[in-house]
Design a protein. Structure first.
Length: 255
């Protein structure tokens, strides 16, 4: 449970946003995360990271990964692990590790249905009413494979993947890039502003990135809960148990 001090701070911030009109804006677009939000792939990412690092003499701890590194893109995760051990993490070494991990992970997801129960239906319901974007720390080929395999790729206007940004989550660069892409692809409609976007996430890093971009956030407790999701406007335990109309009513009433 958050302390009263933390809870009061969060409430004050939300009150300031409401006074400024932040919560008065309707939702006009939805920006999804992929791993841990739509797809139950975080355990697979861990296994791929661990297998890639093992020949380097590094034993990646599962609990530590899920406590600290979940939500990082491949580059940032490898860089953090190497730096913490005083090992070189120059760009050539990072690129080699990313390539090796991509091969391991790609083989893992090739023949699997990795979406959470109900995720495909939830995406389809969202796509009937809103333009959709994907902002993910995974590689583009991996995101395309997962969405394409589930028959969902055509429902997303575009993907902002690891290769498209210099800084991964919790930096807001990916969400800001998605906002710019929405404006470009939906022209000549009036531009969508950040406060009109609902970001859907599952990690503290993703929530922080979306908030820094100025978006509202719905978080699913697939991979984390409690304090880790405290920065979200609304939390739900799982995507398959989430009613889109109820979510939209929540944001419409948050005045």
């Amino acid at each position: 449970m958050r302390s009263l001090r933390t809870a009061d701070i969060i409430a004050m911030r939300r009150h300031r946003r409401r006074k400024s009109g932040f919560d008065l804006m309707p939702i006009r677009a939805i920006v999804f995360d992929l791993d841990g939000t739509l797809a139950d792939t975080e355990p697979l990412h861990f296994e791929a990271f661990a297998e890639t690092l093992r020949p380097q003499g590094i034993a990646l701890d599962r609990a530590d990964y899920f406590a600290r590194l979940i939500g990082y893109n491949d580059r940032d995760c490898f860089a953090a692990v190497l730096a913490e051990r005083g090992l070189s993490h120059n760009e050539d070494r990072l690129a080699a590790l990313i390539e090796r991990k991509a091969g391991v992970y790609g083989a893992m997801i090739a023949e699997r249905d990795v979406l959470y129960p109900g995720a495909a239906d939830f995406v389809r319901r969202c796509a009937e009413r809103f333009p959709l974007m994907l902002v993910t720390g995974t590689l583009r080929t991996e995101a395309e494979a997962i969405l394409g395999g589930a028959g969902l790729r055509s429902l997303f206007l575009d993907i902002i993947a690891a290769e498209d940004v210099a800084r991964g989550k919790p930096d807001p660069e990916g969400f800001l890039a998605a906002l710019g892409r929405l404006g470009f692809m939906l022209r000549p409609r009036p531009s969508i502003v950040a406060a009109e976007c609902l970001a859907i996430e599952d990690t503290a890093a993703g929530i922080a990135a979306a908030r820094a971009a100025g978006m509202r956030v719905l978080a699913f407790g697939h991979t984390a809960n409690g304090d880790a999701l405290a920065g979200a406007d609304l939390t739900r335990p799982a995507i398959g148990a989430t009613n889109l109309d109820e979510v939209l009513r929540h944001f419409a009433a948050a005045v």
